[in-house]
Write a protein that binds this ligand. Structure first.
Ligand code: HQG
Length: 181
């Protein structure tokens, strides 16, 4: 994607996940906002976002971070929210036996003590494949992939959710479910 579109994508992440109020937007609890209102408020706040640019960014975003409803009158971020306006009412799903979490080696000691914490986000983010987890971990430094015993967690009543863009989410992964490598 050209730089211009990456900037719009980052802007959308900011307003649809973290700070909708920065451009006077209110998201519903499922994260949706009307496209007309998003375009209006973005332009009022100096971002020359058009419907065409929005369609392009949603379609070409490398991680499918944004989702339109059927008639493209509404949009939301698929996951990664920190704003308190949103409480995604995901339906819980059964994950594969193992899920993967990519992180940086410097976090591992702390993770092995505390388990995986959601931090600023609403959930811990997990992948169903090692490649994706490695890429996620590399964002933070020297990557390492932790193997999560998802099926064991389910058997003990922990809930998992699958986002629109196929990220597995859960609230907390206690250390006992992280395999020793
Ligand atoms: C680490 C991207 C110390 C955790 C990706 C991670 C993902 C701990 C960092 C999505 C810890 C948080 C999420 C503990 C967790 N002690 N460190 N107890 N528990 N951590 O960015 O999972 O580009 O909030 O390992 O593709 O890296 O936003 O989470 O390294 O799907 O669409 O704390 O973000 O997607 O970092 O990434 P993040 P993440 P987007």
């Amino acid at each position: 994607m050209q730089d211009k579109f990456i900037q719009f994508s980052q802007f959308l992440s900011y307003v649809l996940r973290h700070k909708p109020e920065s451009i006077s937007l209110t998201l519903n609890t499922e994260g949706w906002v009307s496209v007309d209102n998003l375009l209006l408020q973005a332009n009022r706040h100096g971002k020359k976002l058009t419907r065409e640019i929005l369609e392009y960014v949603v379609e070409n975003n490398n991680k499918k971070r944004f989702t339109f409803n059927d008639d493209h009158s509404q949009i939301r971020a698929a996951q990664g929210h920190s704003t308190q306006q949103v409480r995604l009412n995901h339906v819980s799903q059964t994950p594969p036996k193992f899920l993967y979490h990519g992180t940086a080696t410097r976090f591992v000691d702390s993770i092995r003590q505390q388990g995986l914490l959601a931090g600023n986000r609403h959930h811990v983010h997990l992948s169903d494949n090692i490649d994706t987890a490695t890429r996620v971990g590399a964002r933070h430094g020297n990557p390492i992939v932790l193997v999560i015993e998802a099926q064991k967690m389910v058997e003990l009543g922990y809930l998992f959710y699958l986002s629109d863009n196929h990220v597995w989410l859960t609230e907390h992964v206690p250390a006992q479910f992280i395999q020793q490598s």
